[in-house]
Ligand binder design. Structure first.
Ligand SMILES: C[S@@+](CC[C@H](N)C(=O)[O-])C[C@H]1O[C@@H](n2cnc3c(N)ncnc32)[C@H](O)[C@@H]1O
Length: 268
């Protein structure tokens, strides 16, 4: 578990939006939304929204009618979401809140998404209890957590471990530190859901096959924030090592790296 909960400064949050979101979090949101029906009368929450990619993709799918709220603990993520010129972002409400203790009403939302957040919450039972409190009767809680280690992140973790140390390695691996479907399913089952379904969603991490793209991706993560404090030789070495290890995934000028994810659909 990442004890710092994927907290980024403003520079990293902006890089997150321009690098990690298009590389993996938008494709994942699109793959998940292909599985989920949404109605115009739904009231939608994007919990631990980061820069709000799920909320924005929901807007693309369902149009301008539903109320869509996104919240995140990290001020920098919310500032970035608020500053996006995209009209889909402008039509959502972005707020800072802690997932274990939000200011929303009981049963305020009919559809709650939490994409790649659970693994970073220090108090997982409390966060799931709060999501249940906010969900309307018959509402759905859509939870995604990576189900397998990415070769890209494994390469980053090995390199930062060698050149920086164990804390950087642990931060690099944090997206995958909580992925046992039985444990997650049991935590969800502590709430009184009518049913809980588990599916597997496959997506691809796609980024330009350039060392610059690899560098930007690394710098948009908590491990990258540690890397950014190192000297230029170490940064260049890590980027070079990771880029070299990704060569088997190179296709037509891009790195295309498969990634699998648990998709839990819990209905109240
Ligand atoms: C990997 S990011 C995912 C963000 C977003 N859902 C996406 O798909 O781009 C994890 C997010 O969880 C947020 N987070 C961590 N702990 C939190 C908490 N206690 N309450 C709310 N958000 C939290 C972080 O600030 C970060 O934005």
């Amino acid at each position: 578990m990442d004890k710092d909960g994927f907290q980024l400064d403003i520079a990293a949050a902006e890089k997150y939006e321009t690098s990690l979101v298009p590389a993996v979090l938008r494709p994942l949101a699109q793959a998940v939304l292909a599985e989920i029906s949404i109605a115009e009368h739904d009231v939608i929450l994007d919990a631990a929204c980061g820069t709000g990619v799920v909320a924005r993709e929901v807007r693309v799918k369902v149009g301008s009618k539903p109320r869509i709220v996104g919240f995140d603990l990290n001020q920098a993520m919310i500032e970035t979401a608020n500053s996006l010129p995209d009209p889909h972002a402008k039509s959502c409400i972005w707020e800072v809140a802690d997932v274990t203790n939000t200011h929303y009403d009981n049963e305020e939302f009919s559809l709650i998404f939490c994409q790649q957040g659970l693994q970073y919450f220090p108090d997982k039972p409390a966060s799931l209890k709060e999501m249940y409190r906010l969900l309307a009767k018959n509402g759905r809680f859509i939870l995604t957590v990576w189900s397998e280690l990415s070769p890209l992140i494994e390469a980053i973790a090995a390199s930062v471990k060698q050149h920086i140390g164990l804390e950087a390695e642990q931060k690099a691996l944090s997206p995958f530190a909580f992925r046992d479907e039985k444990i997650i399913g049991a935590l969800l089952a502590e709430q009184d859901y009518a049913h809980i379904k588990l599916r597997s969603v496959g997506t691809l991490r796609v980024l330009k096959a350039s060392s610059e793209a690899v560098k930007n991706l690394i710098l948009s993560t908590p491990a990258g924030m540690i890397l950014a404090q190192q000297n230029q030789q170490i940064v260049a070495k890590v980027v070079e090592e990771v880029f070299d290890k990704m060569q088997p995934f190179k296709l037509a000028g891009e790195l295309i790296i498969p990634q699998k994810c648990h998709l839990f659909i819990a209905t109240k």
